[in-house]
Design a protein around this ligand. Structure first.
Ligand code: KIV
Ligand code: ZN
Length: 502
């Protein structure tokens, strides 16, 4: 239940439209449906699914998503062109709740150079496209492209005219990511104060991140009266991306001075971040706010001690609120005894004060030569011989066939508790084939949560380091390996993680 004074902020997700415009991030219909289902389950209010006139693939995805999604509104983008709007209406035919998002550039830059037109003509075209879309749907959102660089007085005239024409939502995009938070907030305030019919529509923010200010700008817009925010998961999108859903939602949840609430089921944030990252083949940077691998990892001794005494001393968000099981206390040369003891306890090793002192000395020496200390290192330090050689599962044989004209195949022989078993599988690449073969042998349901390959130097003879994170029965297991053969390193890293389950 939300306090009465709070107003609802509508979450409009454009991962499948603006996010999908990123080169290399294209999705097929099945992948788009999977993301749309995840967004609906997370209680996103509006899902923008594509730009239907742009390709048969986009059109078809909107049709299929419209048949499946019932709770969220399905939105399709168009230009201020009748044919675009006809096609969008067609694509949305099956949607239970539907919206057409139409609009035109309003900055002088767009008016003079893109449209070779003038301001009065642009207002006429804006009004026409809204009226035309209204013939098909009740819910019409108008975007004033490049509103960030549009003079406020003219923008107010455009917005007043499109609301009179029937627009239910007016989108004020900072298309080039040029605005500062103060300027963008003032723009929204100007519209609230100077557009006489503004109360008949919802104002929406749509901020790009070219100067790294997309989230700050969106929040400034919300504080000044916007009640819809356009976002993408992980902030993906054209150039430097769009406003990240997780950042806005968690800023609103964490800060009591922003007078709005969202319906987002925040515990799905981390899971959906990884889903989008995997399907769009777009890794999440480790220090990304809210969803980066290090977002809840503490590495300096002072911070670790503080977090272990009271999480809130260095954390403003409870990791479980975004679906991350617990904070990570990373072990590095800057860690203190408290962090080391915490990890031994986690591994079930109880140490006396003297044993902890001895372990700490050895740990510091090792940490000086090795960046991250893992569980195996800790076990070695206290003499527990649970090293990789003694894993209950190891690879005895691995062979892959791949190349341009053959289906990638892998044969893997594993030794599990002394017993040898073999499997051959195909995949969409040699690593996928290896992973399928390994999965078929371990008889555990695992989900790959993260797969990261790093090269140490730039040479083709380099050692590749592979980190994997897998999920089994709600627990996360981490595996690592390094090898000049990247396929072997990947398979070993997966086996390393799996052996921790066993
Ligand atoms: O950035 C932008 O202006 C857009 C519009 C098409 C809404 O994506
Ligand atoms: Zn955009």
């Amino acid at each position: 239940m939300q306090p009465n004074t709070m107003e609802k902020l509508h979450i409009f997700d454009t991962t499948l439209r603006d996010g999908e415009q990123v080169p290399g991030c294209q999705l097929n219909t099945i992948e788009k449906i999977e993301i749309a289902r995840a967004l609906e389950a997370m209680r996103v209010d509006i899902i923008e699914c594509g730009f239907p006139i742009s390709s048969p693939g986009d059109f078809n995805s909107i049709v299929e998503i419209s048949k499946i999604i019932k709770d969220s509104t399905i939105c399709a983008l168009t230009r201020a062109v009748d044919k675009d709007i006809d096609v969008a209406a067609d694509a949305l035919h099956y949607a239970k709740r539907k919206r057409i998002h139409t609009g035109i550039g309003t900055s002088d830059m767009h008016i003079l150079h893109k449209f070779k037109s003038d301001r009065e003509d642009i207002i006429k075209r804006a009004v026409h496209c809204v009226k035309y879309a209204k013939k098909y749907v009740q819910d019409v959102e108008f975007y004033a492209e490049d509103a960030g660089r549009t003079e406020n007085e003219y923008l107010a005239r455009v917005i007043e005219a499109v609301i009179n024409a029937g627009a239910t939502v007016v989108n004020i995009p900072d298309t080039t990511g040029y605005c500062t938070p103060y300027e963008y907030g003032e723009k929204i305030k100007y519209l609230v104060e100077n557009v006489p019919n503004i109360h008949k529509a919802i104002i929406s923010t749509h901020c790009h991140n070219d100067l790294g200010m997309a989230t700050a700008n969106s929040l400034a817009g919300i504080i000044n009266g916007a009640r819809q925010v356009e976002v993408t998961i992980n902030g993906i999108g054209e150039r430097a991306g769009n406003t990240a859903l997780e950042e806005v939602v968690m800023a609103i949840k964490s800060r009591k001075d922003i007078p709005v609430y969202t319906d987002i089921e925040t515990k799905s944030i981390y899971k959906n971040s990884r889903l989008v990252s995997t399907l769009m083949r777009m890794p999440v940077q480790p220090n990304k706010a809210i969803v980066g691998r290090n977002a809840f990892a503490h590495s300096s001794g002072i911070h670790q001690d503080g977090v272990l005494k009271n999480r809130e001393s260095y954390e403003i968000i409870d990791p479980s609120d975004v679906g991350v099981n617990e904070s990570t206390i990373a072990l590095t040369a800057r860690s203190g005894r408290a962090a080391l003891n915490h990890h031994y306890k986690r591994l079930g090793v109880e140490l006396s004060n003297q044993e902890l002192d001895e372990a700490y000395d050895k740990f510091l020496k090792l940490a000086d030569c090795k960046k991250d200390i893992n569980d195996d290192d800790l076990n070695i330090i206290v003499g527990v011989t649970r090293t990789k050689q003694n894993q209950r599962i190891r690879i005895k044989f691995l062979q892959v066939v791949c190349g341009k004209s053959s289906v990638p195949m892998a044969t893997v022989k594993l030794v599990i508790d002394g017993e040898v078993c073999t499997a051959t599988s195909s995949g969409n690449g040699p690593i996928d084939a290896c992973f399928s073969a390994i999965k078929s042998l371990i008889h555990r349901k695992i989900t790959l949560e993260e797969f990261l390959v790093q090269a140490i130097t730039k040479g083709s003879d380099d050692v590749g380091k592979v980190h994997v994170q897998i999920e089994n029965r709600g627990n996360i297991y981490y595996g690592f390996s390094a090898n000049t053969d990247i396929v072997t390193a990947s398979a070993e890293a997966l086996v390393n993680a799996v052996s921790k389950i066993l």
